[in-house]
Design a protein around this ligand. Structure first.
Ligand code: SF4
Length: 472
């Protein structure tokens, strides 16, 4: 279905301009604490695997190295050309893999890992022999050949079509390219120069045929971006025809990411322009035959995400959206996030702390959280809304033995202004977003989040986003 945002106005944008979370989890990272430690992590994982030994798992590995520093980046990464330094890190990562093998053996379980995601940083920056060794070590945990999905995040300047084809021979079957924007002035301003021609050279017929899905990550709100310039980027992206694309919002937080200070605030598009940039891009993608998935993803009808949405298996999680084969995620490497069996955990940031924890045979947990029953109920509403843009409260009632009309009475009352603004519609037993309301879906979620930073309610300070994805 084509989107039409002609009724989007600066007045409406202004009314909903409050800061909000992206809800890749509930509660969001700001509620996680260091009270949750490695012992809680191990206990939670063991309980899950002993309760449900076949629970399908995803594995995320964070490779924190890049060839270049993009000024917009908010990932934990280090710029290095020192191969020995990367090799040294990989040795620690292999120890972490062995640590998990030891835990699984001690618990008498063989984890049912269905998907692996190599993120970072730029895992594609690894040399082929390094990648091969990573995959060999992963065989300690999983039969690579039987995986449903094995994704590599790729920075285009670190790969060739030949290298990608060798990655495919090693078992990788999905690629995700960090594209962000093709406009030369924007690329110059963010320190990430790569032409559409370079990407086209990588996406040879053989590469397209080998990988079951190719994703492009884009970013809006970057310096010098305009509605016209980003529309041209989307046109170029549509010509390159990835199976899937995600458009993430640039958040300017130089106090947290000092390298962002080289981006001048005055060069960033204002709130109205930024919102229209996204709305134009969404219209353009849907006109080109992509389906709008959730709040920021676009997928061809043949892509797993579009199929999962049609089948009702689409899930929201730390990677954005997933086709739903696995709802439990195990993160390895510094800053990785895990989410399984009602537990969330965030690994340590510094490489020294990471090394120290692994040398002590300790899972390197910085902080985490164990969900309460109320959290599960709220996450059921929030995650369902972000995946399907509608919530049938009878499903929530059935799953948790509650009566939503009374459990969520204040929240349902608070949705009426969204209805009055044409962003939501009541439907029998629930509510759904209008096409315009999709742009404000996170605001709807905040109504169900008692910790949310909303004008007049809760804390207004900025929070540390728990970010799993890189933009490699
Ligand atoms: S955006 Fe990607 S390639 Fe650029 S510095 Fe960040 S992780 Fe590295």
């Amino acid at each position: 279905m084509n989107c039409d945002y002609s009724s989007l106005t600066p007045e409406l944008i202004g009314r909903y301009s409050a800061q909000g979370a992206f809800y890749t989890s509930y509660p969001t990272g700001r509620q996680w604490t260091s009270d949750f430690d490695a012992g809680d992590f191990q206990r939670g994982l063991r309980n899950l695997l002993q309760r449900d030994p076949d629970a399908p798992l995803s594995l995320y590995l964070h490779i924190p190295f890049c060839q270049r520093r993009c000024r917009f980046c908010f990932c934990f990464t280090e710029i290095t050309r020192d191969r020995e330094r990367i090799d040294g890190f990989l040795q620690v990562l292999f120890q972490e893999i062995k640590l998990f093998r030891g835990l699984f053996d001690a618990w008498g379980v063989q984890p049912n890992i269905r998907e692996i995601h190599l993120g970072g940083g730029s895992p594609s920056y690894l040399e082929l022999d390094q990648l091969e060794t990573v995959i060999e070590h992963l065989r300690l945990l999983v039969d690579i050949e039987s995986l449903d999905e094995f994704t590599l995040e790729a920075d285009a300047i670190t790969v060739t079509a030949e290298k990608l084809l060798v990655c495919h021979e090693l078992g990788i079957n999905r690629l995700s390219f960090g594209i962000q924007d093709f406009d030369a002035k924007v690329q110059e301003a963010v320190g990430r120069v790569q032409s559409p021609e370079l990407i086209a050279q990588l996406m040879t017929p053989k590469v397209r045929e080998s990988f079951r899905s190719i994703n492009f990550d884009l970013m809006y709100g970057l310096p010098f971006q305009t509605r016209e310039s980003f529309s041209e980027t989307i046109r170029q992206v549509a010509d390159l025809s990835p199976d899937r694309a995600a458009i993430y919002s640039y958040c300017h937080m130089p106090h947290m990411y000092p390298h962002q200070a080289t981006i001048r605030e005055a060069d960033l598009p204002g709130l109205d322009e930024k919102t229209f940039i996204f709305a134009d891009a969404a219209e353009s993608f849907t006109r080109s035959g992509y389906e709008f998935i959730g709040i920021d993803h676009f997928a061809k009808p043949t892509d797993d995400l579009a199929i999962a949405r049609a089948d009702g298996t689409l899930l929201r999680h730390f990677m954005g959206y997933t086709a739903g084969r696995t709802s439990h995620l195990l993160g390895l490497g510094p800053t990785s996030i895990s989410g399984f069996g009602g537990c969330y955990a965030h690994n340590v940031y510094s490489l020294d702390e990471y090394r120290q924890a692994i040398s002590e045979e300790r899972v390197p947990i910085l902080r985490g959280y164990e969900m309460t029953e109320d959290d599960h109920i709220r996450w059921a509403v929030i995650s369902r809304f972000l995946a399907y843009m509608s919530v049938d409260l009878a499903v929530v009632d059935g799953a948790f033995d509650i009566t939503s009309s009374s459990y969520f009475a204040p929240e349902l009352d608070a949705l009426q202004p969204f209805v009055d603004d044409g962003l939501l519609e009541w439907m029998p037993g629930g509510f759904r977003a209008t096409e315009l309301g999709r742009l404000f879906a996170r605001h709807v979620c905040a109504v169900f989040d008692p910790h949310a930073v909303v004008e007049g309610r809760g804390r207004k300070d900025k929070f540390v986003p728990a970010i799993q994805r890189s933009q490699s």
